[in-house]
Ligand binder design. Structure first.
Ligand code: SAH
Length: 357
């Protein structure tokens, strides 16, 4: 068992079984032993690779999409250029470089990064120079907000409920002799239909983040684009642990494996709509990047000698790679045009409005 695993088992022995969101939060962000608090998990030497770490094209196109939206809204200055969960800072660096083609945008941008990990804050400062770090989305300034978040929501902790006779039983983490295992709490009623055996995942902190972002965009203008792997509605048990690019048992290496689950976009959209913002349906990442011109950009890079451009294009856009599983969703003011690559969703759609093929 890892050092954090021993601490968790001792706490469960004292206090009783732990909720899954509490377990995930502890594993990811424990100040001494948490996964993000202690390491840089990205890239070939780490546990997983994200789209901006695959190719500069991802950040360039995301930056140009935000730049087009900024111009469409009258080039407000100053404005907040924000990212939630910036990892190594690669995405922000690529976005800022691409935005240099837009006169005045760089000077008007005040960069704000929402980051929970002290270690990654340091990595980001080394990469980006002086930036403002914030603890939470609630701390974002009251100003026009142009925001990106890649693989942020999937790292927010979830609760899981199993439909059993008599209601929904929450999945808890328990222990015996220092070994962690899952157990079910007694069933309780939830305002939700479900067949016996169905698993429902709830991400309690996510809608409030979407609402904070949407409220600023409605009040001051701006756009938010969030890219994550997931579906319009949940798809059962999707908790996964990744360690050294391999799937791991989520209870096996607390603090040493990345824990994520599929993002359910419907509650994010509902929270933004409730604030009066326009939102898009989740667009498959491949479709979104292709509509922004990634194929032409890959050709240019290849012609300039970038030997990896074609493979990166494939990885980011092919439906069998990241192109279909990952989705992009945007939030913007109702009176403004949608940002490039997005169309408005009229209402919170009924079940299965948009889901994986
Ligand atoms: N966007 C980056 C990194 C994704 S990993 C990329 O695409 O490469 C998730 C990021 O979110 C990390 O930077 C992690 O430290 C941060 N994070 C996780 N939980 C957080 C929270 N509750 N608040 C703020 N940041 C968080």
């Amino acid at each position: 068992m890892t050092p954090l695993g021993r601490l968790i088992a001792a706490r469960i022995a004292r206090e009783g079984p732990m909720r899954l969101d509490d377990y995930m939060q502890t594993c990811l962000l424990h100040p001494q032993h948490g996964y993000y608090a202690t390491r840089d998990p990205f890239g070939a030497a780490g546990d997983f690779t994200t789209a901006p770490e695959i190719s500069q094209m991802f950040g360039e196109l995301a930056g140009l999409a935000l730049a087009q939206a900024w111009m469409d809204q009258g080039s407000p200055a100053p404005f907040t250029l924000a990212e939630i969960g910036p990892g190594r800072g690669t995405l922000m660096a690529d976005m800022r470089r691409a935005m240099r083609v837009v006169p005045g945008m760089g000077d008007a941008a005040q960069v704000a990064l929402v980051e929970a990990s002290p270690h990654l804050r340091q990595v980001q400062t080394e990469k980006l120079g002086a930036v403002t770090h914030l603890d939470r989305a609630d701390d974002l300034p009251e100003a026009p907000l142009f925001l990106i978040a890649n693989e942020f929501f999937d790292a927010l902790p979830i609760r899981q409920f199993l439909r059993v006779e008599g209601g929904w039983a929450e999945r808890m983490v328990t222990q015996a002799d220092g070994v962690l295992s899952f157990a079910l709490a007694p069933p309780m009623p939830l305002p939700r239909q479900g067949a016996l055996g169905e698993v429902f995942e709830d991400r309690p902190a996510a809608p409030a983040v979407a609402a904070q972002v949407a409220r600023r965009i409605v009040a001051h203008g701006g756009v938010a684009i969030s890219i994550d792997y997931g579906t319009w509605e949940g798809r059962g048990d999707s908790l996964q642990a990744l360690r050294g690019h391999e799937y791991d048992n989520p209870l096996a290496h607390p603090g040493e494996a990345d824990l994520t689950s599929h993002v359910d976009f419907a509650p994010l959209a509902a929270a933004a709509l409730a604030e009066g913002a326009a939102v898009s349906a989740p667009v498959p990442q491949g479709d979104w990047l292709l509509s922004l011109g990634i194929a032409a950009r890959a050709e240019r890079l290849a012609a300039a000698g970038d030997a990896g451009a074609a493979a990166a294009l494939h990885r980011l856009t092919d439906p069998a790679a990241m192109g279909q599983l990952f989705k992009a969703m945007a939030i913007w003011p109702r009176q403004a045009p949608p940002p490039p690559g997005f169309a408005p969703l009229r209402d919170v759609a009924p079940r299965n409005h948009a889901h994986d093929a």
